[in-house]
Design a protein around this ligand. Structure first.
Ligand code: HEC
Ligand code: HEC
Length: 211
């Protein structure tokens, strides 16, 4: 049975309406970020000091011995950009952190969100939208798959966390598991990889659909 109004609409128009509806649903779905925690800038300010980020990046993240981080147009312009910048610069940063005798903090996703809110001055900025198919290619090209999708490499199966990956969980993973990962990479003669914000978004999209 068809609605009278609906059957009055010609075929072409119907297809367009269906398409418009599908696009609207897609837009709504991608708008609600995958459970990313909302950060609080006041917490972020305290963490920036207590984690000693400030001792290198400047009191307010304005830069010091290490690059400036503050502001919405810098390296922390979106959550994905922050995650990508940290992954990309991790090895050099950790050399500096170790040389300064600072203990590497184990940052949680919530704390990453707080740091983001503080440094960017924005909460809820839009990420570049990730594409799972592209993410799979990036995951291979950046060597992630050579450990995480092979048996007996000691790398955890990331599929068990599918649906829970976000830029902030990737920041936390870096600070909590990065040194274990780096040690494996060095042992296997693999080079630490650099990621753009878009590549980070694509990897996150891929990992969230992994089975
Ligand atoms: C001992 C000094 C030191 C400490 C402490 C430190 N960093 Fe860094 N950080 C660096 C250096 C040096 C670099 C640049 C590394 C490079 O050139 O690859 C860097 C790079 C970064 C970048 C990438 C910047 C860019 O331009 O893309 C981010 C983001 C960052 N740090 C955030 C943090 C946060 C958040 C903390 C605290 C949890 C922190 N850092 C603690 C020295 C430090
Ligand atoms: C040389 C092997 C190797 C490579 C390459 C590698 N990883 Fe890992 N990864 C590991 C190991 C081992 C751990 C666990 C480290 C630990 O907990 O000490 C890990 C941990 C992780 C975690 C945290 C998992 C958890 O339990 O919360 C994430 C997320 C992750 N890797 C993502 C990536 C991504 C993304 C890439 C590519 C950019 C990558 N890995 C490349 C070996 C690797």
């Amino acid at each position: 049975m068809e609605l009278p109004v609906w059957s009055g609409v010609d075929h072409m128009m119907r297809s367009l309406l269906v398409l418009a509806l599908a696009l609207a649903i897609l837009a709504a779905l991608s708008g609600c970020s995958k459970g990313e925690p909302q950060g609080a800038a006041t917490n972020g300010e305290k963490l920036f000091a207590s984690f000693k980020c400030a001792s290198c990046h400047g009191d307010k993240g304005q830069g010091g011995s290490a690059p400036a981080l503050a502001g919405s147009s810098g390296p922390v312009s979106s959550p994905d950009a922050m995650a990508a910048a940290m992954w990309s610069h991790a090895t050099k940063m950790w050399q500096a952190v170790d040389a300064a005798g600072i203990e590497r903090p184990r940052i949680t996703p919530e704390q990453a969100a707080d740091l983001y809110a503080y440094l960017s001055g924005v909460s809820g900025r839009q990420n570049p939208v990730g594409a799972a198919a592209r993410g799979q290619q990036v995951f291979e090209a950046k060597l992630c798959a050579s450990c995480h999708e092979q048996v007996d490499t000691g790398a955890p199966n990331l599929a068990v966390q599918a649906g829970r990956f976000s830029a902030f969980s990737m920041v936390a993973a870096l600070w909590q598991h990065g040194s274990g990962m780096l040690a494996r990479m060095v042992a296997q003669n693999k080079e630490w990889q650099v990621l753009s914000a878009q590549e980070m978004a694509d990897i996150i999209a891929y990992l969230n659909t992994k089975k």
